[in-house]
Design a protein around this ligand. Structure first.
Ligand SMILES: [Zn+2]
Length: 241
């Protein structure tokens, strides 16, 4: 007998909103929620977002996960919903999601998406007060024996107080917050931020069980070799305050 509901048809992307509603019910959240919407979105990279406004939940999930199994998507839904309802996602959910996203094929797709879609808008490395190219070369010679391959460098188009530097492995780019391109910021502070991002090239992200280790013990130890380490840290705290 042909029972259509049991046919194993190649399915298109799952109904995300339905999946989020299912996970929401399972979490037994007490907060009043009037609607739950979720859809795939072509973010530059593996990024998913969720908001809760006036009882409406809206999630946007990286379209790089379009082929992920419902189990993986449910794990992500749990992680995202937990975030807005101030809960801790289960260890199973976190492990499941990370295991999927750490598969080599997935990392290749993430990097490709970043390269293709990522905003490459950067201000040139020579700023008004500090020259990132010159700083990179000096730090490379002094701290790394010149071993760090030359990468793209630039100031961020927007000033960010929270994120002073960022290394984008997809683009092989170091981006430094324009906030630091100021006469009130001593050169060794900019050097320190560039140095930190260069360490990300030397110590790529590691995976320990279900955790991504961005700043490993080795990373932190190397970081302390910066000549004015403590002074720079204090300055940065001050800048971010
Ligand atoms: Zn870092």
């Amino acid at each position: 007998m042909n029972r259509p509901e049991q046919l194993a048809l190649p399915l298109g992307p799952p109904d995300l909103a339905e999946l989020f509603r299912r996970v929401f019910t399972r979490l037994r959240v007490k907060s009043p929620v009037v609607s739950i919407g979720a859809r795939f979105h072509p973010f530059a990279g593996l990024r998913s977002t969720i908001t809760l406004r006036n009882g409406a939940v809206k999630a946007r999930v990286s379209d790089l996960l379009m082929e992920a199994s419902p189990v993986v998507l449910e794990a992500l839904a749990e992680i995202l919903l937990a975030r807005i309802f101030h809960r801790r996602p289960s260890r199973e959910a976190r492990e499941c999601y990370l295991a999927y996203t750490f598969r080599p094929a997935m990392r290749v797709r993430i990097d490709a998406a970043r390269r293709e879609r990522g905003s490459k808008r950067l201000l040139p490395p020579r700023g008004r007060h500090h020259d990132l190219g010159e700083i990179f070369r000096a730090v490379n010679a002094r701290q790394f024996h010149g071993q760090i391959p030359v990468c793209l460098l630039g100031w961020s188009p927007r000033t960010s107080r929270r994120i002073l530097g960022h290394y984008d492995s997809g683009h092989g780019t170091i981006i430094i917050s324009r906030q630091l391109d100021s006469p009130s910021v001593p050169r060794y502070v900019v050097e320190y931020v560039v140095f930190h991002e260069m360490l990300h090239i030397q110590f790529p992200v590691e995976r320990h069980g279900h955790r991504r280790v961005v700043h490993s013990r080795e990373f932190r130890e190397a970081e302390r070799k910066f000549p004015k380490y403590e002074l720079a840290c204090r300055q940065i705290k001050h800048l971010c305050a």
